[in-house]
Design a protein around this ligand. Structure first.
Ligand code: SF4
Length: 212
């Protein structure tokens, strides 16, 4: 008789390390975060702009349908106008040196949206920065009339405000408000660039509150 054959052992399955997907308890204890995509700063700005413009359109349209055009458009118009004043690029006397300095690198008037333009047809602000004589008065009025509406005037310094040290002279206009309507007066002989910029900020507040 032949010897009984030895029984074979069942095959052992290979050991597999547990994973987060296969063990529910471990997955709940340490939830895996979705990987954060790498976004460049300029991409964030594009996304924001894409979201902002349709929402701003929706909001403006809702306000227009509720209140009408005028109460919505005028504040927007005033906001845009006061932040982009274009003063006439000219100078009358010593105050003009301070006017020029206000646009240099130290005071940097352009950070307020002030951009001097050489053509009165592109300007909405006349800063009268010096002594106004009767001889130049008609030129000043011509420049003022060439500027489109809406437009404003700042009398910069004592001469433009009231004639200054030359008030009693036969040849000097005792204040430019005898020729054109003045919105803001700036005292000083000469006023410093900071004073000129302060006058511009005061004008911006007037424009912000403008109703017509
Ligand atoms: S106010 Fe004084 S600094 Fe200005 S233009 Fe007249 S004299 Fe010159």
């Amino acid at each position: 008789m032949s010897a009984p054959q030895a029984q074979k052992a069942p095959p052992v399955p290979p050991t597999v390390p547990p994973t987060l997907a296969s063990t529910g308890a471990r997955a709940a204890a340490t939830p895996s975060e979705p990987p954060t995509p790498k976004v460049e700063p300029w991409e964030i700005e594009v996304v924001r702009a894409k979201e902002f413009i349709p929402r701003a359109k929706e909001g403006l349209w809702a306000m227009i349908t509720r209140d009408g055009v005028a109460p919505v458009i005028k504040p927007v118009f005033n906001w845009a106008g006061r932040n982009s004043l274009f003063p006439l690029h000219w100078g009358l006397a010593c105050c003009a040196i301070e006017f020029a300095a206000a646009f240099g690198s130290r005071w940097d008037g352009e950070r307020f949206g002030l951009v001097p333009r050489s053509s009165p047809r592109q300007c909405d602000l006349m800063i009268v920065n010096g002594t106004v004589t009767w001889k130049v008065a008609h030129k000043l009025i011509t420049l003022w009339e060439q500027m489109p509406e809406p437009k404003w005037v700042i009398a910069m310094g004592n001469c433009a405000t009231g004639g200054g040290p030359f008030r009693s002279a036969y040849s000097v206009v005792p204040g430019v408000d005898k020729l054109v309507p003045v919105d803001v007066y700036i005292a000083g002989c000469p006023p410093r660039p900071e004073a000129m910029l302060d006058g511009v900020l005061r004008l911006e507040r007037l424009i912000q509150e403008r109703k017509e």
